[in-house]
Write a protein that binds this ligand. Structure first.
Ligand SMILES: Cc1cc2nc3c(=O)[nH]c(=O)nc-3n(C[C@H](O)[C@H](O)[C@H](O)COP(=O)(O)O)c2cc1C
Length: 243
């Protein structure tokens, strides 16, 4: 199975928890998983992995700048291996079409601004962790929750993540990575399988060419040595004929 990098950013821990869950599912399916905060991933690291997952929360209607910068920096390497993106948002927890449209649009924005098209996308509901928020954020979420979820108790956190969704996303990507590896193994194996007979045929053709050259050109040379041309034979072998 392949090596998989899970690179994520998280402001209050829920994206990290989801990244950990995804990493566990991938590892359970035999992949060699490395989890890293996206800000700690050194340049060129993506080249060392067979597949990459990137995760970000939506904060103030956008993904975290470190995630966008990582994708832009590694666009080429990401384009040449199986990749997936997952995002967490409050919008994904809401049962409204406008919220779903907004949630989809954030992914589209990332794709259009970075040019990276992940093979798989997961959009998950995040969490509202009131006790960890500053006063303004707490108030904003309380007001928004008042007209949406109704979850306004600011002394506690609310988790909206559907773990079945996360599991389905992770198992889907695990299978996709395994499938891509099988395809690559078959194509390189096929190339190797063809290489030996092709080399043998080339060698035999080369030998045939050599044999042809030896037999045909040598015997033509022998003939010209051994037999005189008929016209030469008719000519008198002394003096010019018409003198
Ligand atoms: C300051 C702040 C701004 C947020 N802005 C948005 C937003 O614009 N849209 C949205 O759907 N969710 C928004 N959220 C909700 C987060 O996406 C959600 O809480 C997510 O679970 C955070 O993930 P994290 O714990 O990994 O940081 C915001 C949360 C915070 C704290």
């Amino acid at each position: 199975m392949g090596s998989v990098l899970v690179a994520y950013a998280s402001t209050h821990g829920q994206t990290e928890t989801v990244a950990e869950y995804i990493a566990t599912v991938l590892a359970d399916r035999g992949h060699d998983v490395t989890m890293k905060r996206i800000t700690t991933v050194p340049d060129k690291t993506v080249d060392d992995f067979d597949a990459v997952l990137v995760g970000s929360p939506v904060i103030d209607r956008a993904h975290l700048p470190a995630v966008v910068a990582f994708v832009e920096r590694n666009r080429e390497a990401l384009a040449t291996r199986p990749t997936a993106f997952f995002q967490l948002s409050f919008a994904a927890a809401l049962p409204f079409e406008w919220a779903r449209d907004g949630d989809r649009a954030w992914v589209s924005d990332l794709v259009s601004c970075t040019g990276w098209q992940p093979d798989r996308v997961g959009r998950f509901a995040g969490a509202v962790t009131y006790p960890e928020y500053d006063r303004v954020t707490r108030l904003v979420f309380k007001l928004v929750s008042l007209v949406t979820t109704g979850d306004t108790d600011t002394t506690r956190a609310y988790e909206y993540t559907d773990w079945n969704d996360v599991e389905a996303f992770a198992t889907g990507f695990a299978a996709f990575v395994a499938q891509q590896e099988d395809l690559e193994r078959v194509s390189t194996g096929t190339a190797r399988g063809f290489a030996r007979p092709a080399a043998t045929i080339a060698f035999l053709l080369g030998l045939s060419g050599l044999a042809y050259w030896l037999v045909v050109t040598r015997s033509a040379g022998d003939r010209s040595d051994r037999y005189e041309s008929p016209t030469r034979a008719l000519q008198p072998d002394h003096g010019p004929a018409d003198q």
